[in-house]
Design a protein around this ligand. Structure first.
Ligand code: ZN
Length: 224
């Protein structure tokens, strides 16, 4: 979820760098005290790269698994150790994204039960396609989030727009917090294309990134 990949300047977890190591989904779920159908963990040998976390009825993080800590560590996010007890929404960048995800969690609690959605969790050097499953625990207010890596591809060139360490100018570029595309000339495009169109390759400072949501993802989250 974006809480675990959203770049940077707004206090969310930094953009993911490197690759997630293996954590068994069932280990994670067991740690959360939750059970889930077998489809999520079985099957492909690639399915082991996961992280999970759970919130209570106040949307406070009550459990996180090893994948969560490992992911944070690999991405230099030092606040992970103090995540427990904090509001999940402190870690989701962008007001619109928080609003949409809160609505989604409410619908899941109120009877939708569970949803599974694709999202992107890109880093400067990798393009990552992931799925997140959000499940309300039967009879309770606890909601579990399990994210799983579906595909990962190295980029031809590192994309500094996605690197929190890159110096930023006063300009601001909007990024969709769900699919990681950037808004340029009213179009939502991949980071490589955005860098190309804006001629960012030789600049020492790049635009700052603000998190919004593109129309496609907005529609998907509202329909979930
Ligand atoms: Zn999007």
């Amino acid at each position: 979820m974006r809480a675990l990949c959203g770049a940077s300047d707004e206090g969310a977890l930094p953009t993911a760098v490197g690759s997630m190591r293996s954590t068994g989904i069932f280990d994670g779920l067991a740690a959360l005290g939750l059970s889930i159908s077998e489809e999520q963990g079985g099957g492909s040998p690639m399915s082991a790269e996961t992280l999970s976390y759970a919130i209570d009825e106040h949307d406070h993080l009550i459990r996180v698994d090893q994948g969560y800590y490992r992911f944070a560590e690999e991405n230099g996010w030092n606040e992970a150790a103090t995540s427990l007890g904090r509001s999940l929404w402190d870690y989701v960048a962008g007001h619109e994204m928080v609003k949409l995800q809160r609505l989604l969690v409410r619908r899941i609690r109120d009877g939708v039960g569970d949803v599974e959605l694709p999202f992107r969790c890109d880093g400067p050097e990798v393009r990552r396609e992931m799925d997140i499953r959000i499940v309300a625990r039967p009879g309770g207010r606890v909601v579990l989030f399990s994210a799983r890596l579906r595909a990962q591809e190295e980029r031809d060139l590192p994309q500094r727009l996605l690197d929190p360490a890159t110096p930023r100018s006063g300009e601001v570029l909007e990024m969709c917090g769900w699919c990681d595309r950037f808004k340029v000339d009213a179009e939502w495009i991949e980071v490589e294309e955005a860098a190309r169109r804006l001629g960012l390759f030789n600049r020492s400072e790049l635009p700052a990134v603000s998190h919004g949501i593109c129309p496609d993802c907005n529609e998907m989250l509202l329909a979930a």
